[in-house]
Design a protein around this ligand. Sequence first.
Ligand code: NDP
Ligand code: 2IT
Length: 444
Amino acid sequence: MSYVDEVIEQVVSQNPNEPEFHQAVKEVLESIRVVVDQNEEQFRRDALLERLCNPERQIKFRVPWIDDKGQVHVNTGYRVQFNSAIGPYKGGLRLHPSVNIGIIKFLGFEQIFKNSLTGLPIGGGKGGSDFDPKGKSDREVMAFCQSFMSELCKYIGADTDVPAGDIGTGAREIGYMFGQYKKLRGLFEGVLTGKGLSYGGSLARTEATGYGLLYLTEKMLKCHGVDMKGKTVTVSGAGNVAIYAIEKAEQMGAKPVTCSDSTGWVYDPDGIDVAALKEIKEVKRQRLTEYKKYRPNSEYHEGKGVWTVKSDIALPCATQNELDLEDAKMLVANGVIAVCEGANMPTTAEATKYFQENNVYFVPGKAANAGGVATSALEMSQNSERLSWSFEKVDGELKGIMVRLYHNIDDAAKKYGFEGNYVVGANIAGFEKVVDAMNAQGIV
Ligand code: NDP
Ligand code: 2IT
């Protein structure tokens, strides 16, 4: 049996009940098969893939907190410090009831290669909790965040592990966590990114993931002779990534016509009103049912359905495995040109294959959404030099990073005979740098 197949089998049997982690590992290892085959003897002797697929450290802890009625709740907190070969662990904290160790491991594993692709010195990690911030008062969210950080603060630091936001973790949560870290450790340092601007946050970090997604999409399409202007875009999600993807798509002259949350979705034939969306989601923390009040011409539908809308470009920006084979068939039948992932692993393996077989330009999340973590690394740089850069500077750096990233994955795909396959390109390009650093540092 080939070394790649052996390790895939091992990962599946040693990590039962973690289907998302298996999915992420299989995609990466299948993609890098061509590189591994060329170095099979050495990689096997060095147990390189076993080391790559086993986190350096996994932390799991109890998070007790008291609600507004005096009731105590207990959630579970996680931090998976996956790989520090190229820099301090870096990756977000997800707060969502669906969080379990398998979800955090899949996200941490993806983060290794994504962070490598940014070209910046950041290793891979991820964390979070099964706590649901939805429907909680600010005080309850603060109580949770303080309790979460009371334990997490023992394991993180500006030069060891730097968490940030992800689903359910935005500026409010990062603020409460930063305050607690500072109180307990007595350190005002860049231990978290996505901070508020008044205490060390970076301009353009809020926008970065969505904007970066569009910078990469625009560049990729341009290289294939396609102009963004006038294109219809379907977007899923209505959170941080989706909002700024919609905003930048509009600025580029495209027309985003959908967004969604976990209860329903909106179709606005005139183009999503991003100011209304921000008001509903960022300010009032409401459901998308409210959107129709701002835009009477729009439609609201319960459940899932964004991918039934005809579009040229599809940007899944909500959560993992939200776009399945049926959705892919619908998008292809409706003439979609490109699918670029704003979320982490939103497209199932079957749907990805279907897009590739039908000549849809498909860019995986670890490349397409890397602008968020790249700008987090720029926030770390600003914190280290105790300076704040202008919006234009950060945004310009972000754009440069996304354009270089695109060429990097395109070149890697071509080099190994997979031209246009950005899944293979991203995984190989991300892997090569990490392996080089792991080899240089010995068996640790
Ligand atoms: P937010 O919490 O801001 O928004 C998430 C959005 O997705 C919400 O509209 C939410 O709806 C929806 N959603 C979440 N879970 C589900 C679900 N199980 N089913 C249906 N809808 C769901 O998160 P972000 O925008 O930050 O993150 C979105 C994706 O992008 C995630 O995959 C994340 O890992 C990824 N990502 C985020 C980055 C960042 O910088 N924030 C960087 C790179 C990737 P509802 O509010 O109803 O739950
Ligand atoms: O998935 C991701 O890249 C993020 N949630 C952002 C991580 C970060 O450290 O900014």
